[in-house]
Ligand binder design. Structure first.
Ligand SMILES: [Zn+2]
Ligand SMILES: [Zn+2]
Length: 214
């Protein structure tokens, strides 16, 4: 059994970015909807004159005119290729539409999400002033103080051996607590949501349970 949803040779580029949401719509009668030019999808069912395509950025199937579909090698896109595929909208976009992340040994690298998606998903950050006031209010450690992170429980020297950051609730735009940089990034990776964390815990427990049975 395979864990992948679709195989790489089913990958297609939909240049028009247009199609009809599902089999119940009336293609050719109702106008197509726009899911974004240069969208990447996977062929689900070949038909004529339209095929069913799973559009990744929308996480759903669309009927697309065959004339708008061309085979695409997903392995021709990578973190440094121009154009590259955005991790969120899964559209093929020129590198200039991606925010720069940082320089590493091999040169500058851009973020995995395009400007548009990055702005939509990261939300506004806290002002330096709000951070300062929060640090004061909760008695955050000064640089050089010995401190323990409430999540990883690592003991460190504040801002010397570990960076300390004000973690914030993106929805309410409010500071949530003081964490080490690594745990703060970790929460961000888990989308600051309990669903993701719970699934991660379930995944680990499930593995452990299977080990115990074996
Ligand atoms: Zn995007
Ligand atoms: Zn930590």
């Amino acid at each position: 059994m395979s864990l992948s949803m679709y195989r790489k040779d089913a990958c297609v580029l939909i240049s028009s970015g247009q199609g009809w949401p599902d089999a119940n719509s009336r293609p050719g009668v109702s106008p197509p909807v726009d899911f974004g030019e240069m969208s990447i999808g996977y062929l689900v069912r070949r038909g004529n004159p339209r095929s069913t395509v799973f559009v990744i950025g929308k996480r759903s199937n669309y009927l697309v005119n065959n004339t708008d579909i061309e085979p695409f090698d997903p392995n021709s896109s990578g973190p440094r290729t121009d154009p590259k595929i955005c991790l969120s909208c899964h559209r093929l976009k020129p590198l200039s539409e991606y925010p720069r992340n940082q320089n590493n040994r091999a040169g500058p690298i851009t973020r995995p999400r395009c400007q548009q998606c990055y702005a939509a998903e990261s939300g506004p950050s806290l002002s330096e002033r709000a951070k300062r006031e929060f640090r004061q209010a909760v008695g955050a450690p000064d640089k050089g103080d010995c401190w323990q992170c409430p999540i990883c429980e690592k003991v460190s020297i504040a801002d010397v051996t570990a960076s300390i950051v004000v973690d914030h609730d993106q929805e309410r735009r409010r500071p949530r607590g003081i964490l080490c940089d690594s745990c703060n990034t970790g929460l961000g990776r888990f989308k600051n949501g309990e669903d993701h964390l719970q699934r991660a815990i379930d995944y680990l427990r499930n593995y452990e349970a299977n080990q115990a049975e074996a």
